[in-house]
Design a protein around this ligand. Structure first.
Ligand code: ASP
Length: 318
């Protein structure tokens, strides 16, 4: 019987990172190894799938931006359109996996599995987590188990829904929150239930040349509201306010927010807590949006897509 055909797109990150000390887990060069080198460390992968490899870039994910996201979305989209490909696996850094995974989840067509994976320890470390994560990701992709689940991330034996991914620790091996996003396990590949899959817009990808600037402002007790005007003057078309608690706007920010709304800047309330949802408030007068279940990083990407696509600002919120 022929093996499933999986296209591996390697983009860098710690999973491709190298340090000169095998005990080093925080000091290393991310995006050092190419995709084929990652694959060489897991020869068993070839028993699960027939694998082709592409490497559009090899970067630390902190250095990615909208141009890289769109390039990646186009590369994955053309692989999915190829009848010779059954599934796609993307290796990526953990730091901004939330953004890339969210964007891919919204822009790719349903039908074939798309599995992202990453690592917290560089490839050169003793007990590196990348090889097992990649092997599991390839097996999950080859199994077809996530076909109906949208884009997923396979990390540390869990399958996470891309739409709810949150990196919640700066250096622990189990860095991704599993409360909201974990939908299954990677060994053996299987889902715990039928995950809710938010709306997708594959036709939007062809219309996107670039994404507009959207800023996230983190609001602490006593933070100065003049940050809003500064963002707008530098070209931000929408602003996500990363607010305390349940998206609570300090009184001192009200005037600045009203001025921003008056210049047609979209303003969204999100929470800096990292969990839960932020609902619209009756006294918003219908003008302030709320991020719903999206974290600030995802709300920013959602706004970029909505504004670039001429859609209502909250089109991708849920
Ligand atoms: N800085 C790395 C990256 O995001 C961190 C990681 O992959 O864990 O590329």
């Amino acid at each position: 019987m022929s093996l499933p055909r999986v296209h591996l797109i390697a983009t860098g990150g710690t999973i491709a990172g190298v340090a000169d000390d095998p005990a080093a887990t925080t000091r290393y060069q991310a995006g050092s190894l190419a995709g084929h080198a990652l694959l060489e460390s897991i020869p068993e992968a070839h028993r699960a799938a027939s694998i082709s490899i592409a490497q559009p870039f090899n970067l630390d994910s902190k250095d990615l931006g909208p141009g890289h996201w769109l390039q990646l979305a186009r590369d994955v989209s053309s692989a999915l359109a190829d009848p010779a490909v059954d599934a796609v696996v993307v290796t990526h850094g953990t730091d901004t996996l939330e953004e890339s995974a969210f964007l891919l989840d919204r822009l790719l067509p349903p039908g074939k599995p798309v599995v992202m994976t990453c690592a917290m320890r560089p490839a050169s470390a003793h007990s590196a987590d990348g090889p097992l994560n990649l092997l599991h990701a390839l097996r999950v992709a080859a199994s077809g188990a996530t076909r109906e689940a949208g884009v997923v991330a396979v990390v540390n034996e869990r399958i996470h829904a891309a739409s709810r991914l949150r990196k919640g620790h700066s250096h622990a091996l189990d860095a991704f929150e599993h409360g909201d996003s974990a939908i299954g396990w990677s060994d053996p590949p299987g889902l715990d239930g039928r995950p809710e899959v938010p709306a997708r817009m594959p036709s939007l990808l062809g219309r996107l040349d670039e994404l507009p600037r959207v800023d996230v402002l983190w609001v602490g007790a006593g933070s100065e509201p003049d940050l809003l005007a500064a963002s707008i003057s530098h070209g931000a078309r929408a602003i996500v306010l990363c607010l305390p608690g349940n998206g609570s706007l300090p009184e001192t920010w009200s005037d600045a927010v009203h001025k921003a709304l008056a210049c047609h800047t979209v303003v969204v309330r999100a929470s800096r807590t990292g969990r839960g949802r932020v609902a619209r408030q009756p006294d918003d007068g219908g003008r302030l949006f709320a991020a719903g279940r999206l974290g600030p990083a995802q709300a920013r990407v959602a706004l970029m897509l909505a504004l670039a696509g001429g859609l209502a600002p909250d089109h991708f919120f849920y």
